[in-house]
Write a protein that binds this ligand. Structure first.
Ligand code: IFM
Length: 479
């Protein structure tokens, strides 16, 4: 499935990717499925959060979303027309195992089984993510990710999913962006469950890591030998504002609590000493981390998924006005336990509709740094893309040249990293469809395919056609 890539060959006018490079698109259950009360599904923390007034822009919820639960066949047809080779979707834990405990829910599994069959019939490789933020509400009521028990439950859920789909799904990722689950969910509170306690955020990070370890073991024990197991991290490419030692220390701190809190135990043998020192006044790591935890979390992986959108530019407090919105969202609470004082700045240049700096060099640098830090571990971009305020033109179409430009620049960065030795095996565009963008609701649109939320009509944007040409030629134009 993932051949060892040769160096990308150059040809006049095009940048070619290695033969076998995997082209896909990604979505997540709560963002697209809707049908939140069908087929035995019970509420997740995002149902509760989105129905809490003031938590999501416009009072939007995922109740209907893109109605993908009922329209998945149409959506697979769309994928097939785009020539997608792979589709990364997530399973809703409360659909597969309502309440997060006990036996699997046959109706819930049946939905994913039908989706997988439809994908395979269309020649699209299914890539399943076990957890993209929709924790069963009952588990949150018992403490959520801040409670160790949730990690154990996650391992059991992973086994149920693998038993049902492992005969047909050959690539799995355990968690999607656990940084968001831990630090936006329990630190700044801008994501579900909306808690704002730095100690809980660090506890959640550890239990997400442990859950990843338990799930990896369960998948390994259940899946056939050829199956591949990964995790998707939104690694932050952290840059210091200046070379001043105080700014360098700010960057080190954020790198620790954004990246190495996950890659340390998953890939490098344990939690970094500097992270433990920075946060020793917040949690007692010696009590939190039990003997054997780090070994369990460090179970070998076949692939590291990297989700990249924008870099982080940081400084020590003295360095002038900061772009704190980027760091905290709309919350007065920090998602950076132990490093609340670090200032975040908006990097220079253009921004997307999210207000995020467009900086493909950050992706190149991140890929090269990750390759150096974890040699021999294949990488894939499991998310990359951009929201822009799409406007329907008089011809009825969406000429989203800004999104095409963003994708082109970031794919050129991936190409350059491969040429310079990074072992990048694939790229998944975020997102196939416009969808529920969490606390931003439906206003922010990341899709290559436009969704009219009233009629549920899907309209491929120009970027979808551009991406189809990219897949078809395994290349992008050289500029
Ligand atoms: O929509 C999200 C996705 O769920 C996780 N990664 C970032 C995307 C854009 O914000």
């Amino acid at each position: 499935m993932y051949p060892t890539p040769a160096t990308a060959p150059a040809s006049v006018g095009r940048l070619h990717f290695p033969p076998g490079f995997l082209w896909g698109a990604a979505t997540a259950a709560y963002q697209i499925e809707g049908a939140v009360a069908e087929g035995g599904r019970t509420p997740s923390i995002w149902d509760t959060f989105s129905h809490t007034p003031g938590k999501v822009a416009g009072g939007d919820t995922g109740d209907i979303a893109c109605d993908h639960y009922h329209r998945y066949r149409t959506d697979v047809t769309l994928m097939s027309h785009l020539g997608l080779q792979a589709y990364r979707f997530s399973l809703a834990w409360p659909r597969v195992q309502p309440g997060g405990r006990g036996p699997a829910n046959a109706a819930g599994l049946d939905f994913y089984s039908r989706l997988v069959d439809e994908l395979l019939d269309a020649g699209v490789q299914p890539v399943a993510t076990l957890y993209h933020w929709d924790l069963p509400q009952e588990l949150e009521d018992g403490g959520g990710w801040a409670a160790r028990e949730t990690a154990e439950r996650f391992g059991e859920y992973a086994a149920l999913a693998a038993e049902a789909l492992g005969d047909r799904v050959a690539l799995w990722t355990t968690l999607n962006e656990p940084w968001c689950s831990a630090f936006l969910g329990y630190g700044s509170g801008v994501h579900a469950p909306g808690r704002t306690d730095p100690a809980l955020a660090l506890r959640a990070a550890h239990h997400l890591n442990l859950g990843h370890g338990r799930a990896t073991a369960a998948l390994r024990a259940t899946l056939p030998g050829h199956a591949r197991i990964a995790v998707s991290l939104n690694l932050h490419h952290v840059r210091p504002l200046t070379a001043d030692p105080a700014d360098l220390d700010a960057a080190r701190r954020i790198d620790a609590v954004a990246n190495r809190v996950f890659t340390g135990p998953m890939l490098s043998g344990g939690y970094p000493a500097d992270l433990r020192a920075d946060t020793a006044h917040v949690v007692d790591w010696d009590t939190l981390v039990k003997p054997g935890d780090e070994a369990a979390i460090g179970a070998p992986l076949d692939l590291l998924g990297i989700n990249y959108y924008t870099p982080a530019l940081v400084s020590a407090p003295a360095a002038g006005p900061a772009e704190d919105r980027h760091a905290h969202g709309d919350s007065p609470h920090s998602p950076w336990p132990g490093s609340e004082h670090v200032r975040f700045h908006l990097p220079p240049g253009e921004t997307t509709g999210m207000g995020w700096a467009i900086d493909p060099t950050g992706l190149y640098d991140l890929l090269m740094a990750t390759s150096r830090a974890h040699p021999g571990l294949p990488l894939a971009i499991t998310e990359n893309g951009a929201a822009f305020p799409d406007v329907r033109s008089a011809d009825g179409l969406f000429h989203d040249d800004d999104r095409i430009d963003y994708l082109h620049q970031h794919l050129a960065a991936v190409h350059r990293a491969i040429a310079d030795g990074a072992d990048v095996r694939g790229y998944f565009l975020w997102s196939l469809l416009d969808n529920f963008e969490w606390a931003y609701g439906y206003e922010k649109r990341f899709g290559a395919v436009h969704v009219d939320y009233t009629s549920q009509l899907r309209t491929p944007k120009a970027s979808a056609r551009w991406y189809a040409r990219t897949i078809g030629s395994n290349s992008i134009p050289a500029r």
